[in-house]
Design a protein around this ligand. Structure first.
Ligand code: SAH
Ligand code: SF4
Ligand code: F3S
Length: 486
């Protein structure tokens, strides 16, 4: 073992710490309206230069990418989709599972050669991985071609961090391990002009025992209702057809505001705005209130789709996961949603191979899926995350067992997805046409209200509109139909 090197000279402030990131105070989050500012010497820094961003991870991360793109563009940089020629390459990372992290380290390896060829290239890493000290140490030791690193709490500091990196031959690291603020004056360049992400809350306080997100994203903090409503109004006025309200747990929206205003109230307010479609993600079953079910059941622009992660079907595994509900209370909520919200589709997330999960406990997950019959599910093999409580539990399940469980689960999930799709045969569905299908330029594609992918033949003039489509064929993951309009 070599002696531990002192890397402190690289840090602006202190090194990231999961231990610090875990702390929660009672203090209300600060809403800051002037944190983002481009220093005068950076206003034209990007003139004639290009930036490339690749994002891994969830919708919040995708939305963060839109903010970073907005910041780059304000400095005069132009976006490029070619990593090989870009002046600045930024990897916006995800820490939720090991394979997400491995992908990033793979690309960093590839970029070593590019950086050797073009030493003037600036290479940055941001997103959830950079909030982990383990990752920072690995980059410091093995990925010395990285030029700058920042975290999820200081995206607004990108111009200052970039300036430091441009002036400095040494690596620049600025990561804040804190609860986080709410920064309201960030620019955004949205990917697309039909559908938009709108943050309603940041962070997470649920601390499910397997999950790294509460450490990488900070305390649960809600934006002010009027800031959200104004953003949705502006998007509607700009012609957007759909917004998705984003939070790690949208249902607990408002609990930190010091008022009685909650997610159901926000939904009711957004329902009144003239935007055709409103979605939201993700819902933790814990805080799903009857008021929420009622407002969703009243429809309007609130789309009938609920993503309700169950994670496991065994109450004892759920307890170890710290999910705060059991099989029975989840089933009760699920049935309420299914029976009260007309035409609703329900999807879920499931983890297999949680430490010590027995065959019987896995069978309970399968049985619950068979009982509830989801429209779809994202299924994952448990991945231990350093610093979380579950990572200290003995992971004693063989890799083949985990893979076999995942396969069996996927077979059940796919079966139900197909059965749900079959119920759409011969019906007319309203589809927001997003563009041409990935596989065939002559075919249009879009989503139903319940978030089913539909491909159909029709004129390109329908792109951007919500149009009726008669479903004529179904597959497990998509519907096929005919344009049923004039
Ligand atoms: N906030 C959301 C989840 C965000 S992460 C929620 O609670 O609903 C998306 C999914 O990744 C989770 O629902 C979970 O199924 C999965 N996940 C999170 N941590 C994981 C881990 N350590 N290993 C495997 N899957 C994990
Ligand atoms: Fe992770 Fe649980 Fe928070 Fe979702 S609710 S982000 S799974 S800790
Ligand atoms: Fe990944 Fe961070 Fe999202 S860990 S799932 S990018 S909040």
């Amino acid at each position: 073992m070599g002696t531990k090197k002192d890397y402190s000279k690289y840090f602006t402030g202190t090194a990231p710490s999961l231990k610090e990131a875990k702390k929660r105070s009672k203090a209300a989050p600060q809403v800051i309206t002037d944190a983002f500012e481009i220093p005068t010497d950076m206003i034209e820094a990007g003139k004639g230069k290009t930036f490339f961003i690749r994002t891994y991870g969830c919708q919040m991360n995708e939305h963060d990418e839109e903010v970073m793109a907005g910041i780059f563009e304000q400095m005069g940089y132009l976006r490029t989709e070619e990593m090989e020629t870009a002046d600045v390459v930024l990897l916006n990372t995800c820490a939720v599972r090991e394979n997400a992290e491995n992908k990033v380290f793979g690309v960093l390896g590839h970029l070593k050669a590019l950086k050797r060829e073009r030493p003037e290239l600036l290479l940055g890493v941001c997103g959830c991985m950079t909030q982990e000290e383990e990752v920072i140490n690995r980059i410091l030791q093995k990925e010395q071609h990285v030029d700058f690193i920042f975290g999820t709490h200081n995206i607004h500091r990108l111009p200052q961090i970039l300036r430091d990196a441009l002036m400095n031959k040494e690596l620049v690291v600025e990561v804040w391990s804190k609860e986080g603020d709410i920064i309201e004056n960030l620019p955004k360049t949205r990917n697309g002009n039909l559908k938009a992400w709108v943050n309603i809350a940041y962070g997470c306080d649920k601390f499910c025992t397997y999950c790294i997100i509460p450490y990488t994203r900070g305390k649960e903090r809600s934006r002010q209702p009027e800031d959200i409503i104004n953003e949705v109004r502006e998007l509607a006025a700009a012609g957007y057809q759909e917004v998705t309200l984003l939070g790690q747990n949208v249902n607990s929206y408002g609990k930190d505001l010091g008022t009685e205003y909650r997610f159901a109230d926000l939904l009711a307010d957004v329902q009144k705005i003239a935007i055709p479609r409103v979605r939201f993600t993700t819902s933790h079953p814990w805080d799903f209130t009857d008021e929420m079910v009622a407002v969703l059941a009243s429809g309007g622009n609130l789309m009938p789709h609920v993503h309700l992660p169950v994670q496991a079907g065994s109450s004892s595994v759920l307890k170890l996961m710290g999910r705060q509900y059991n099989k029975d209370s989840y089933t009760e909520l699920y049935n309420k949603i299914r029976t009260q919200i007309p035409g609703v589709a329900v999807t879920t997330d499931i983890i297999v191979g949680f430490p010590n999960e027995t065959d019987e406990q896995f069978e309970e997950t399968l049985a619950l899926c068979k009982e509830l019959k989801y429209d779809g599910a994202y299924t994952f093999i448990y991945s231990p995350r350093e610093g979380t409580p579950a990572a200290k539990m003995v992971d004693n399940i063989a890799e083949e067992t985990k893979k076999a469980r995942l396969q069996r689960l996927n077979a059940v999930v796919n079966d139900h997805a197909l059965t749900h799709n079959q119920a759409y045969l011969e019906t007319v569905q309203y589809v927001l046409v997003e563009g041409t299908s990935q596989k065939n330029d002559a075919v249009l594609s879009g989503y139903t209200e319940s978030l089913k992918l539909v491909n159909f033949e029709g004129p390109a003039s329908l792109i951007g509109k919500i149009v009726p489509v008669k479903v004529t064929q179904v597959r497990t993951w998509s519907l096929y139909g005919e344009y049923a309009g004039e």
